[in-house]
Design a protein around this ligand. Sequence first.
Ligand code: PLP
Length: 394
Amino acid sequence: MINEKMKNYGNNRSVIRDLFEFGNQKKAEVGAENVFDFSLGNPNVPAPKEVNETIKELIDTKDDIYLHGYTSAQGDAKCREAIVKDLNRRFATSFRKENLYITCGAAASLKIILTALYAEGDEVIVFTPYFPEYKVFVETTGAKVVEVASDPSSFQIDFNLLEKALNPNTKSLIVNSPNNPSGVVYTEENIQKLAALLEKKQEEYGHPIYLITDEPYRELVYDGIKVPFVTKYYRNTVVCYSYSKSLALPGERIGYVLVPDEIDDSKDIYAAVCGAGRALGYVCAPSMMQHVLERCTGLVSDLNEYKEKRDLIYRALTDMGFTCIHPDGAFYLFVRSPIADANAFSEKAKEFNLLLVPADSFGTPGFVRIAYCVSTDMIKRSLPAFEKLAACYK
Ligand code: PLP
């Protein structure tokens, strides 16, 4: 017997992955320079030079067991110390290394905390549009995803809808700001409002409601926009972080779960995080990357390069008549499809070798996502294709 649920996840790959594979096939047919692949959030601005320099130095100076051996399951102590020291300096917090569990990226962080927290019948609220893998991570714990639509004019939280969705089965919410796919950053005022609402509801229901912040884009913001550090606003916050985007290391699989002392049942939740990591077979996060983080946590790829790409594509597409959400962060542009069916629009775009992800699987039909973390040259070369696409709907 085969696990049918797993078979289905395997057979029904994500739309993003499907487009990416289509792009590879197309590149082989017509040449890579003629395909404008905006499908994947694979950062193209490299990590700061210190990352590769550290890797080289580690290889030259450290022994193999230190470099490639197992670390503690929760992560190397020096790595965890370096990360909390950096967080405490930046956010005026007082985390200890015992609050931190090093993971194989944000996906693992989410899967681990959800496995640690959830039981059959629990509900987790997600705001649309959301990273489609949330559904897979939540549903495989036996819990249920409850989608709450964002305010369609700003893609900030719609508090009326949120209040209606909250109920005694709500165990937690996942927030992702800066957001994939909208690029929206939640305002401080909205984080305060969210915190006040959840405090009220915890009291009413007589149990904690955990706020899980999925923050792989925390540092990727432009024009001096500030990303509120949510643990400072709401006590029952658990942070899931990843270096995939800030340090452009998505293939290296490194991130963390942060379980602050202040949250309800902190010690037990940390123990459950360790248990979930064990049950899911992670053993430990890649050791070489942990040693790299000891020196490089807190560094960020060149934001000016992302800002240049953002400004270029946002301006060009709005000039052509497309309606785009102004992205303050991350590296995605969320574009309203000129026809109701965003899948049909994405198919049309393929005729011009433009790969745009329809946002239905993000829970927001009628939009496409453009991952602009590609070369500026490709963005420039793609503009005539966007012009042709726009002309189809004039
Ligand atoms: N969460 C969001 C919102 C993402 O966009 C991604 C990746 O694109 C992830 C989680 C998973 O990140 P990681 O590669 O660190 O597992």
